[in-house]
Design a protein around this ligand. Structure first.
Ligand SMILES: Cc1cc2nc3c(=O)[nH]c(=O)nc-3n(C[C@H](O)[C@H](O)[C@H](O)COP(=O)(O)O)c2cc1C
Length: 192
């Protein structure tokens, strides 16, 4: 029942509303261990989690700014300044990486990425269950080779997202969710 309540009540928290304290070491260990329970075809463990806190967030901002300028050299200075500040919005960032084994006999690349996505979701749920807020963010820099290189992510691997985490500064606003009926059908055999 408690578990279902967590599932039903989880909402993302805007990154600017995530403040100190971030999960401490012990809490973070538990939260990240939830990611290790992700469904995983052929036990490949295709995940890596990278935590970024404190001043390292400034360095991530610099990496994002340089990647943005490389992608779009004409980006106005104000936008670059804002980009540098982005990682500072929350006290903790967990980078979720899919570590890819190309041409695996049983597990195509898409399944390895899906498993890393499942790990990300489980980490968000564990954060919620531990009383913390989070949001899964990406953006074009997520896939930029320079960002991957700066984070020590191999070219063959994929960053699936940045989970910003901390304590929500405001109570969560209940969200209306889609109607299940709009996303559900029952199959009775081939269409014709
Ligand atoms: C792969 C992935 C990437 C995402 N990237 C962004 C993003 O860059 N910016 C953003 O505002 N939301 C992004 N989201 C959506 C948010 O994480 C969040 O799910 C959305 O705001 C809906 O809120 P909810 O989780 O409370 O339903 C992304 C979600 C996924 C699954």
């Amino acid at each position: 029942m408690l578990m279902l309540n967590t599932l039903e009540s989880r909402t993302s928290t805007p990154a600017v509303q995530l403040v100190e304290p971030a999960p401490n070491k012990e809490q973070l260990t538990k939260i990240l261990q939830a990611g290790l329970t992700a469904p995983d075809h052929a036990a490949m463990r295709p995940w890596r989690f990278i935590t970024i806190q404190g001043d390292a967030r400034n360095q991530l901002g610099e990496v994002f700014a340089q990647a943005t300028l490389k992608r779009e050299p004409d980006t106005p200075a104000e936008k670059i300044a804002r980009t540098k500040q982005k990682p500072l919005r929350s006290p903790l960032i967990v980078v979720i990486v899919a570590t890819i084994t190309p041409d695996h006999l049983k597990t195509p690349e898409v399944e390895q990425i899906l498993s890393a996505g499942a790990a990300a979701t489980l980490i968000q749920l564990a954060a919620t269950a531990s009383g913390f807020g989070s949001i899964w963010l990406s953006g074009p820099n997520t896939y930029h080779p320079d960002v991957k290189a700066a984070l020590g992510v191999a070219e063959k691997d994929q960053i699936v997202g940045f989970i910003y985490m901390g304590t929500p500064s405001k109570p969560a606003v209940a969200k209306s969710r889609p109607e299940l009926a709009d996303h559900l059908s029952e199959w009775h055999g081939p269409a014709n």
